[in-house]
Ligand binder design. Structure first.
Ligand code: HEC
Length: 124
């Protein structure tokens, strides 16, 4: 499947697609959900302060994709403009960097979230 993509990449704009092929494919259940459970769900679950304040529940795929009271925070295929990535990368205002009031996520986790969104934010 990647071979076909590389062929097409030669015809289209090569570099971006070649890079996409060399990335490990990120799984929601195996890679993303554990990061959210560990770093977000203590506050972003029903009855918890993050959920009360923002309406965001990070405990499952459907509620994550629904987002909070400001709307969806995951834009499939576009980590650059997804609020989820902006917040954990510290690209939003420092006062709302997530996890709220805690250490920034490890670089590897930030990268995993970014790749997951850029690969289409699939529920797999
Ligand atoms: C210690 C509690 C806590 C943790 C942990 C936490 N949050 Fe939050 N989060 C909050 C609170 C409280 C708000 C409400 C906005 C505020 O007061 O800054 C919020 C707001 C948000 C918002 C809405 C931002 C907006 O536009 O106002 C998003 C998105 C969000 N959190 C994502 C996350 C993600 C992703 C994680 C895990 C990486 C995370 N949060 C971890 C407490 C937390």
């Amino acid at each position: 499947m990647c071979n076909k993509l590389i062929l097409r990449a030669a015809l289209l704009s090569g570099a971006a697609m070649l890079m996409a092929c060399s990335l490990k494919s990120v799984s929601f259940s195996k890679d993303v959900q554990p990061i959210l459970s560990k770093n977000c769900s203590e506050c972003h679950a029903a009855g918890k302060p993050g959920f009360e304040a923002s309406g965001l529940d990070t405990t499952n795929y459907a509620s994550l994709m629904k987002g909070g009271k400001f709307g969806p925070l995951v834009k499939p295929g576009d980590a650059f403009t997804s609020a989820l990535n902006m917040l954990v990368e510290g690209r939003a205002h420092p006062s709302i960097r997530m996890p709220h009031g805690k250490e920034k996520l490890p670089a590897a986790d930030i990268e995993t979230l970014k790749n997951w969104v850029n690969q289409g934010a699939k529920n797999d």
